[in-house]
Design a protein around this ligand. Structure first.
Ligand SMILES: [Zn+2]
Ligand SMILES: [Zn+2]
Length: 352
């Protein structure tokens, strides 16, 4: 048998790793980090935000764009994005093709979900029971939006921190529901369908088994969920949050799985914040079965976290040069990133 253990010489020199979810490769250059880990925590002078900000349009009771107003909400609040990227009533469905110039109309809806009325909280600093309320709201939105006849895919995501383009620190996420299945989930659907055809099992459930046995890439787990830095991770501290029991969507999760998801999100984001003692920026989102009425037995619910930070609170990874022109590349291995995240406390640094 091939030596696939981490002691294999292969993993000590430049090598490529394959992402079976997308069919893409990543270049890993571990020899570039032979130098000892710097690990310094830079003081970024971050001030703790106030619990209520009179200038924040997501805080309860404050005015928003146009004549809109955010009501005095007490837990989760969902509204139509005042500047939506998608609209439900575009021109009649149309398709244009002129040689190499191809376009089609796209209908959809864009929602904003405030996780908490408290301006100063984040998933890491919220109570687990309040994150559970967010999980229930995500499930409800998936079902409601997905049942609209022109909605075939519901993308739930969060951009956290100015570095990821979040326009407001108030804890909130977004939901874009649209007619087509976007590129990333579309690639992953195809790969998971092919895998099931060839193996008769779900790709991501087999991956959970493999990671539970190997253990080197595990960051945190509970009875229902497993978080790893995937073998094929691109971003330095990228993680994959996987449901252990079969489930295609958040709406399908039972109470124990939903509690488990709230727990794992809090513990993971706390570890992220503790890494550089900063409110850790990231883009995260769930991949769920499409809502086009087809059957997706191969699809397993999961979430991706893509944080940009590399070495400190201010040093980020850039996707430039070879990565734009060739393919993604990383220096620290997935295993060493997982080890660092695993070793961190689950007590948030601001609460110590
Ligand atoms: Zn606010
Ligand atoms: Zn995915």
């Amino acid at each position: 048998m091939e030596d696939t253990s981490l002691n294999s010489d292969l993993f000590k020199q430049p090598h490529r790793r394959y992402n079976p979810l997308t069919g893409e490769w990543i270049l890993v250059s571990p020899h570039r980090t032979q130098r000892p880990w710097q690990g310094q925590v830079e003081k970024t002078g971050q001030e703790q935000a106030p619990a209520y900000d009179p200038n924040c349009y997501l805080c309860p009771g404050n005015p928003r764009a146009g004549a809109n107003q955010t009501p005095k909400y007490e837990s989760v609040y969902i509204f139509d994005n005042d500047y939506p990227a998608l609209l439900p009533d575009t021109l009649e469905a149309s398709f244009k093709e002129d040689g190499l110039l191809i376009a089609r109309s796209e209908r959809g809806l864009a929602k904003v979900i405030c996780f908490s009325p408290r301006h100063d909280l984040t998933l890491a600093r919220m109570e687990t029971k309040d994150i559970r309320t967010v999980v229930d709201a995500w499930a409800e939105q998936y079902t409601t939006l997905g049942s609209l006849d022109f909605i075939n895919h519901v993308q739930i995501f969060e951009n956290r921190g100015a570095m990821m383009g979040a326009s407001n620190p108030h804890p909130h996420g977004q939901i874009w529901a649209e007619e087509i299945i976007p590129n990333e989930p579309s690639k992953e659907q195809a790969a998971q369908a092919k895998y099931m055809q060839e193996h008769g099992t779900r790709l991501l459930q087999d991956y959970v088994k493999l990671e539970l046995e190997d253990k080197s890439r595990i960051v945190v787990e509970n009875t229902e969920w497993l978080v790893v830095v995937p073998f094929w991770a691109v971003w330095p501290f990228e993680t994959l949050v996987m449901c252990k029991r079969p489930a295609g969507t958040i709406a399908e999760l039972d109470s124990a799985q939903r509690d488990g998801l709230a727990d794992i999100l809090k513990r993971l984001t706390t570890r992220y914040d503790n890494l550089f003692e900063v409110s850790f920026p990231y883009s995260m989102g769930f991949h769920q079965s499409p809502t086009d009425g087809k059957y997706y037995p191969h699809h397993q619910l999961h979430a991706h976290f893509y944080p940009p930070l590399l070495r400190s609170a201010t040093i980020r990874k850039f996707m430039v040069g070879y990565e734009l022109l060739g393919n993604a590349q990383r220096d620290i291995t997935a295993e060493s990133s997982a080890e660092r995240l695993r070793s961190l406390s689950e007590e948030h640094y601001t609460l110590r």
